[in-house]
Design a protein around this ligand. Structure first.
Ligand SMILES: Cc1cc2nc3c(=O)[nH]c(=O)nc-3n(C[C@H](O)[C@H](O)[C@H](O)COP(=O)(O)OP(=O)(O)OC[C@H]3O[C@@H](n4cnc5c(N)ncnc54)[C@H](O)[C@@H]3O)c2cc1C
Length: 243
């Protein structure tokens, strides 16, 4: 909500309820914020152009597994399995991408029920290989998409089975697979980006040219846990000093 001087007055939630505020900190995707949530008239043209120029960062392909066994022979919790040293960055072709295995029980005692294990197998992913499924996915037509994500998951599981956890396929009790489209569904982030904008451009400032609107999140300060905590801290400090 904005007043006639384009100063922020608060937010409207998804039920239409209005919440008055002197300051609003946006922690959502910045493209969504400026393209859909804020009226165009309040965004200075130069600032809008600056945002439009930016590209999104990588997305992710993740398989979460619940196993009916304890993995007593592996002590590490985060293990990288490079496919081929020339193709570590091949996130456009997940058949050849490097993958990371995280075994949560080795990080946090008692994470799973006794005698069981929870782990994830992950690769970064470009959006490109998933783009062709996007329209159908959001219409609820997921047959081809599901086939592809299951095909890749099977490949990843086989790779982990061959190189790290023999017999993995037979231990699986629960499986969930998340793709860049899953990320869009849950976070609204364009292209399922997990690090906000591509890191080849300088960060945006927490303070925007729109009075009362501040930016936090990976989209303003770069992706990853630490940058987003710093983004929140910076936005909070600014709000406190401004109001
Ligand atoms: C599988 C995976 C592994 C990762 N591994 C690492 C790692 O090892 N180390 C690391 O540093 N980083 C890692 N990252 C990246 C890191 O998780 C992100 O960069 C970071 O969490 C982004 O934080 P954020 O607060 O910007 O966004 P998010 O954590 O996405 O939070 C934004 C929240 O806002 C909600 N939202 C969006 N739009 C709206 C709206 N309009 N109204 C209300 N709510 C809204 C979303 O649903 C979401 O809950 C990983 C990411 C993934 C997906």
């Amino acid at each position: 909500m904005f007043d006639q001087n384009n100063k922020i007055e608060g937010v409207v939630d998804s039920t239409g309820k209005k919440h008055q505020a002197k300051a609003v900190v946006a922690n959502c995707g910045i493209p969504e914020l400026f393209n859909k949530m804020i009226p165009k008239r309040v965004v200075p043209k130069k600032f809008a152009q600056k945002i439009q120029k930016r590209k999104t960062s990588f997305s992710s392909f993740v398989i979460w597994l619940g196993l009916n066994e304890k993995l007593d022979n592996i002590k590490d919790y985060e293990i990288d399995l490079l496919h081929d040293k020339n193709y570590i960055y091949s996130y456009n072709d997940l058949d050849r991408a490097g993958i990371g295995v995280t075994i949560y029980d080795n990080l946090f005692k008692g994470y799973s029920e006794p005698g069981k294990t929870t782990l994830s197998i992950m690769s970064l992913s470009d959006f490109e290989p998933w783009k062709k499924f996007e329209k159908d996915y959001f219409k609820g037509k997921k047959e081809l998409y599901t086939k592809e994500k299951e095909r890749l998951a099977e490949k990843f599981i086989k790779r982990v089975e061959q190189r790290l956890i023999p017999g993995l396929s037979d231990m699986i009790e629960v499986i969930e697979i998340g793709t860049p489209l899953t990320n869009i569904y849950y976070t609204q982030n364009p292209e399922g980006a997990i690090y906000g904008f591509n890191r080849d451009m300088p960060h945006l400032k927490a303070k925007t040219p729109i009075k009362g609107l501040y930016l936090a999140s990976a989209w303003s300060h770069g992706g990853g846990y630490t940058p987003v905590m710093m983004a929140g801290r910076e936005a909070a400090k600014l709000v406190l000093s401004d109001i």
